[in-house]
Design a protein around this ligand. Structure first.
Ligand code: COI
Length: 355
């Protein structure tokens, strides 16, 4: 790749790493020493900088704060058994980020800034990548509208940033999920397939209501009948019925095309399961449970990795599972962890070397 952007690097004088316990790290609480920042103005990207992690100084009129033109991604860097660092399928997140940008009428970000900038940033903060199983360096690229104007129109100026956070498991224990029938996450023509901050903002209230009832997250259903399953909180969802794994298809643009979802489909097929991406009716799931054929339910996501679901509640019907007897989600998780830690052959070329 011909370098067009000169990435300026300013390093910290002293790393904060020694002040932070890398054991049992809560997700998203600590940030590394450096961040990447770039500006979009007059139709071009400029001021691409890696610099000490610091607050942003923003005018209160900044457009993103008023109209939510904000998108983000989640990617992880892993340390393998040979002490090499690699990013997990970063090109997939890069493509999805720019697809989100187009839907939100924002500029796309060049590969050299997104991928090469990320690689340089992770290399600089490499000591922050945890070595423990189920731990990684979570990478958060994001972009927001930075015009200082509260007129409702696409911004002319944008900021792109990448910050890094050492992370343990997002959901540490098997989850209880509430099937949502009142609120809606996404409808055809909307932004369900986009990693827009707005999708997460809108999920807070329904999730808080589910929490009050004792559930960890909601399973979203379609906007019209509240029967067709979409995704769970921060994850895509899989149901194992007999020897087939089912996950909702992406055809309505209402579901996030998860990179972990795609990886899970590939691995499950490799493990000998049939995988069907198709519309899934929650009544069908309930019927399968009544017949004793619903074997496993799990979620997939970058932050969540593979998260087991021990309870699913639909109307008054409660589906409970003994996750200790499961084999599909556990084999899937083992294979994915094996690829990431370098213990299992990376036969699909998913790991992208940093150092
Ligand atoms: C991710 O899995 O990367 C997510 O974006 C989920 C969440 C932490 C917002």
């Amino acid at each position: 790749m011909v370098a067009v952007y000169d990435i300026q690097v300013t390093k910290v004088e002293r790393s904060k790493l020694q002040d932070i316990p890398l054991e049992n790290i809560p997700f998203g609480k600590y940030f590394t020493d450096h961040m990447l920042e770039a500006d979009y103005e007059n139709g071009e990207w400029k001021n691409v900088e890696i610099k000490p992690y610091q607050p942003l100084l923003l005018d209160p009129s900044v457009a993103a704060l008023h109209y939510g033109q904000i998108i983000f991604e989640g990617i992880k860097a892993y340390r393998d058994v040979n002490n090499h660092l690699a990013l997990f399928r970063p090109m997939e997140n890069f493509k999805r980020f720019n697809m989100s940008a187009e839907r939100m009428e924002m500029p796309t970000v060049p590969e050299e800034i997104f991928i090469e900038g990320m690689r340089q940033l992770v290399e600089l903060d490499q000591n922050w990548v945890p070595a423990r199983e189920d731990h990684a360096l979570y990478i958060r690229p994001f972009m927001f509208a930075s015009d200082e104007l509260i007129g409702v129109r696409p911004s002319d100026k944008y900021k792109f940033l990448i910050i890094l956070s050492p992370a343990g498991p997002y959901y540490a224990t098997p989850m209880r999920i509430y099937v949502e029938e009142t609120y809606t996450r996404a409808a055809p023509g909307g932004i369900g397939y986009v990693k827009a901050a707005a999708n997460y903002g809108a999920s807070m209230h329904p999730t808080a209501e589910a929490r009050k009832k004792g559930y960890d997250q909601v399973l979203w259903t379609d906007a019209f009948e509240h029967k067709w399953v979409q995704e769970i909180g921060t994850m895509n969802v899989f149901f194992v019925i007999g020897n087939t794994a089912y996950t909702p298809g992406l055809e309505n643009n209402s579901i996030l095309a998860g990179v972990t979802r795609d990886s899970a489909i590939t691995i499950l097929q490799d493990l000998g399961l049939e995988v069907k991406e198709e519309p899934i009716n929650i009544e069908t799931v309930m019927e399968a449970h009544k017949r004793g054929e619903l074997r496993e339910v799990f979620g997939t996501g970058t932050a969540a990795t593979i998260s087991l679901i021990r309870e699913l509640k639909y109307k008054d019907y409660v589906m409970e599972f003994d996750v200790s007897t499961w084999s599909v989600a556990t084999r899937l998780k083992e294979r994915l962890n094996g690829i990431r830690s370098g213990k299992v052959e990376d036969k699909w070329g998913w790991m992208s070397k940093v150092v």
